[in-house]
Design a protein around this ligand. Structure first.
Ligand code: SF4
Length: 368
């Protein structure tokens, strides 16, 4: 991240954001790209990989999610991994070049016995000299403190959509519950990753409301994943939704997230496999600078690593910490500049460019 004069604000009005949506497309993208290159290296993206430490049988009813035990999605349940199993995978990932490790579990919230295990995982991974991040569902104040005390660096918890549309998507927890979890994470001193999903049948007004919520948090999330809904057979949204979100509307979301939260990593997440190269390039131009990387992203397919690398190569884009080598057969360390070192300390997930897919069990939660 560069040293810049660009200021942030946390009192965005609905009308201000609506006005951004109304801008001619070229004007909006130009504005977003101008901010993006002021703050970040415009030709670098941060790469992330997830490990699912517990998959399926979630009691929540998120209408997009294959991990809910309310829907018949054919997902195979996998119980919480053993601590040693996770640490072994982290060691291997580290040996392959990773510096950060993100672990996700499909829970409403972790229980006491789960906390014992997940804090041991955090400590074990930290002891390897790696940074850690987790997504485990709702946290109370004590759980957030426990995780922070164990050394957890980052916590992912998404707002998903606008407060108004939220009840169409989830009924088993309230919007305020999500805001409370984010508050506990901030209070405990951990960094926040929070975003949502578009294309769930929401209106533009909902998209404005969703971005307004994120942009007006007391501290902007370090990372903002913008997912495009991937319809999963057996989930309610697969049965009810007919139309996909317009591609340009999705790019507008990326651009406006960049403008509202200039210092956040805006992440292209679920749904990327349905985007062609041109759309992904446009998303980078609009300010996206973080990706999930690997051939599976939770329940959904993710573009193959080699395809990603080919795209990066064609666009002249590099990982924040590695140069993408010839069509992805190898990646090698770039000499670290002061700016890179600074950006590494602020990026959310570990560099996954070299992580083998063996370390990323297919999981099923789209957003945490
Ligand atoms: S999104 Fe998370 S909380 Fe919701 S059903 Fe899926 S795993 Fe459970």
């Amino acid at each position: 991240m560069k040293s810049t004069q660009i200021s942030t604000k946390h009192d965005w009005s609905y009308n201000e954001i609506a006005a951004l949506f109304e801008l001619p497309f070229n004007d909006l993208i130009f504005q977003a790209q101008s901010i993006h290159r002021e703050v970040f290296d415009q030709n670098k993206v941060q790469l992330s990989t997830l490990l699912s430490i517990k998959t399926g049988k979630c009691p929540e009813d998120c209408a997009y999610c294959s991990q809910s035990n309310r829907y018949d999605t054919g997902l195979t349940y996998e119980e919480l991994m053993e601590v040693e199993e996770v640490i072994t995978a982290a060691k291997e990932a580290k040996a392959a070049g990773s510096e950060r490790y993100c672990m996700g579990a499909a829970w409403r919230s972790p229980k006491g016995r789960d906390m014992v295990k997940v804090t041991a995982m955090v400590k074990g991974v930290k002891a390897l000299g790696m940074e850690t991040c987790m997504t485990l569902g709702m946290l109370n104040k004590d759980q957030a403190s426990e995780l922070a005390d164990a050394g957890l660096d980052y916590y992912n918890h998404n707002l998903d959509t606008s407060p108004e549309y939220y009840k169409q998507i989830i009924t088993t927890r309230k919007y305020q519950d999500r805001l409370d979890t984010l508050q506990h994470v901030r209070d405990a001193g951990m960094k926040v990753c929070s975003g949502g999903i578009v294309g769930m049948g929401e209106t533009r007004e909902d998209r404005i409301g969703f971005l307004q919520q994120l942009a007006n948090l007391p501290v902007h999330p370090d990372s903002v994943p913008i997912n495009q809904l991937v319809k999963i057979e057996g989930t309610p949204l697969d049965l009810t939704l007919e139309e996909q979100i317009d591609s340009f509307e999705f790019i507008r979301m990326i651009a406006i997230a960049r403008i509202l939260m200039p210092y956040s990593y805006v992440r292209l997440s679920a749904g990327r496999e349905t985007m062609n190269d041109e759309m992904q390039a446009l998303a980078f131009f609009a300010g996206a600078n973080s990706l999930f990387y690997g051939d599976r992203l939770l329940t959904t397919d993710n573009p193959e690593e080699s395809k990603d690398r080919q795209l990066f190569k064609r666009l002249g884009i590099n990982n924040e910490e590695h140069i993408i080598d010839d069509l992805g057969e190898n990646a090698h360390d770039e000499p670290a500049s002061a700016a890179q070192v600074a950006s590494q300390s602020e990026s959310l997930f570990y560099n996954a460019v070299l992580v083998d897919e063996r370390f990323t069990r297919p999981a099923a939660r789209a957003t945490g």
